[in-house]
Each structure stands twice: as structure tokens, then as C-alpha cells.
Design a protein around this ligand. Structure first.
Ligand code: AMP
Length: 311
């Protein structure tokens, strides 16, 4: 089943303990699309400036991602500068330039209308809501956000949250959104404000899903307690940028490739999310996600199973 994703397509300048990368291809929708492309068809809605050339677009096209929904405008693409010098699990943002995203009005190509899965990747919640309203008949809608939008665009974000089947955010964002330092209480508050399920990403420690009883009606037993999926302990994290979006791409891509969205498929999808996140951090930018094979992905899925297997 095809996924439609809206989110940032960007250039990133990144500094980590392993080194620096200037203006590499990034953006939430970029990482998401590359990760999801190993599981199903992906269509992107975004806007880029003149600095985004066929070289960058081909990175997506080579993975079969449909880029007809990427609008080219005069001006500069979204730009983000961040570092991870204190803590590899948390980016320090030094600069965010929305550029062409500031005046973006998404237009969904007619050929995208039959997409059954919609992912609202990290971008202005006004744009997320706009795309959501143009896709009223989708089967499943999940989304992401970050402190930038939680802090200064809360009212708009809250409207988006009400329409989500699943929200995927990290620990810090969940606590900030709920204004509660305890994760379990934060999850309860977030679920009562809209999303039917919540996936909290813990960086190198995995991810936890919390379910409201609206997510899988009649399936109370398997979703009455949270579900935790591991992350793979890695000897070197080169660049954590995009790990969260790659997690989301693996998670949603796998779900969209399944016949039904069941609790079991949701839980397996969390493992695939962890797998794609673990690949993303092995190199700077999107490099590692550009040339994986399904065999490598499934082999690593096996490792994740072993990691948390109990006889
Ligand atoms: P993450 O998966 O959380 O590491 O996301 C990293 C990506 O988010 C980078 O490639 C950035 O270009 C993108 N990004 C950073 N800030 C924002 C923002 N305010 N809105 C949308 N995307 C952003």
C-alpha cells in the first residue's frame, strides 16, 4: 500500500564527535522516504529551492521514491544546523531556516489521491493539517513533531494531534508536549488529547508504544500494557541525525506493507523502525540508507529478535 509523506526536505550541517558534514541532504521527509522505500511505495510532498538539484532528487528517485510532489521554487531550501557534542541522543539546534517552506501551500498530485497511508513528518503543523485535510479517506495517519513546533506552535499542533492514529516523538518531546516529567503520565495525557497510539523513541535505548483503547477496539489484552522494542547496541554512532525519521520510515513502511494493521503487526513494525534507525546512524546524513538491501534489513531484524528473546 502506498504511503504519502509530507515533511521537510532540507540541507543539514551537522557536527558530532565523529566529525562534521556541511550542507548534506537531509530533512525529515527525506530520511523517512528512504527508510520506508525498502518496504513499500512512497510519495513525497515538500518544497525545495534552487539549491536542490537533480543530484539530490536522484537520491530519492534511485530508491523508487515518487518525487513528483516535490515543488521547486525560487529561493533556498530548508536549512538546519545542529550538533550532538554533549549527548548523542539529543540534537542541539543552532540554526533553522524555513526558507521556501515559509510560504509553501501543498498541492497533492491527482495520482497521489489513492494513497492509503499518510505520514505527517516533522514540519509546520499548519502544513501537516493542510495535507491531512486533502486526504480525508486514508486508512491510517501517523505523525511526528519536535520541540521547535511544540514550543511556539502548540495550538496548531494540538489540532493535528486530534486526527492521528499514531504520534511518534522522542522522550524529551513527549514530556515537553504533556508538560509532565514522568513518561507514563505524559503518555496518558497525550493519548487523552487525541492520538490513538503513541510511540516514544528513546534514542539508543529503543522505543515504547502506548495504546489508547481507541487504537485496537476489542483487542484489550495485547495492548493493555505498553510495548517496548529494543535498539541495537552499536560500537559507534557516527551521526544520529535522522534516526527518528528513519525509525518512523521503517515502522510505517512495514505497517503499510502488511494486509492488516493489527497489534502484532504494530509491534513488529517497531522492531523494523529500530532496524532502520540503527542503519541511519552508521554514516553521516542519508548515506547508509541509500544502498541497503532487504537481506541486510532482515538480517538485522533477526539480531533485534535475538537481543530481546527470552526462552
Ligand atoms: P531526527 O530524525 O529527529 O534526527 O530529524 C532530523 C531532521 O529533521 C534533519 O534532517 C533536519 O533537516 C530536520 N529538521 C530539523 N528541524 C526541523 C524543523 N523545525 N522542522 C522540520 N524538520 C526539521
Amino acid at each position: 500500500m502506498a504511503i504519502l509523506v509530507v515533511g521537510s526536505v532540507a540541507f543539514d550541517s551537522i557536527e558530532t564527535p565523529s566529525g562534521k558534514a556541511e550542507r548534506c541532504l537531509g530533512g525529515a521527509a527525506t530520511y523517512f522516504s528512504l527508510a520506508a522505500s525498502y518496504f513499500t511505495d512512497v510519495r513525497v510532498i515538500a518544497v525545495v529551492g534552487e539549491d536542490f538539484t537533480s543530484e539530490e532528487e536522484n537520491v530519492l528517485k534511485r530508491r523508487g521514491v515518487d518525487t513528483r510532489g516535490i515543488e521547486h521554487r525560487s529561493g533556498k531550501s530548508f536549512f538546519w544546523r545542529g550538533s550532538y557534542l554533549q549527548n548523542l541522543n539529543e540534537a542541539q539546534t543552532h540554526e533553522t531556516q524555513l526558507n521556501v517552506f515559509e510560504t509553501f501551500s501543498p498541492k497533492i498530485p491527482a495520482d497521489y489521491a489513492d494513497s492509503e497511508f499518510l505520514f505527517l513528518a516533522n514540519i509546520d503543523p499548519v502544513l501537516q493539517a493542510n495535507v491531512r485535510s486533502q486526504m480525508p479517506r486514508v486508512r491510517l495517519v501517523c505523525g511526528d513533531t519536535m520541540n521547535y513546533w511544540i514550543n511556539d506552535h502548540r495550538e496548531n499542533l494540538e489540532k493535528v494531534l486530534k486526527g492521528l492514529d499514531g504520534l511518534l516523538i522522542n522522550d524529551g518531546e513527549a514530556k515537553l508536549l504533556a508538560k509532565d516529567a514522568n513518561l507514563v503520565r505524559a503518555a496518558e495525557k497525550i493519548l487523552s488529547s487525541g492520538p490513538k497510539s503513541l510511540v516514544v523513541k528513546h534514542g539508543e535505548y529503543g522505543a515504547t508504544a502506548f495504546f489508547s483503547d481507541r487504537m485496537f477496539p476489542g483487542e484489550t489484552k495485547s495492548v493493555s500494557v505498553p510495548f517496548r522494542a529494543p535498539a541495537l547496541p552499536l560500537s559507534e554512532v557516527v551521526d544520529p541525525t535522522g534516526a527518528g525519521d528513519s525509525f518512523a520510515g521503517g515502522f510505517f513502511g512495514y505497517l503499510a506493507s502488511q494486509k492488516d494493521v493489527t497489534p502484532a503487526a504494530f509491534k513488529r513494525a517497531m522492531f523494523y523502525g529500530g532496524v532502520m534507525g540503527s542503519f541511519a546512524v552508521e554514516r553521516f546524513g542519508t548515506e547508509r540508507l541509500q544502498a541497503l538491501t532487504r537481506e541486510e534489513i532482515d538480517q538485522r531484524f533477526g539480531l533485534f529478535r535475538e537481543l530481546s528473546h527470552l526462552d
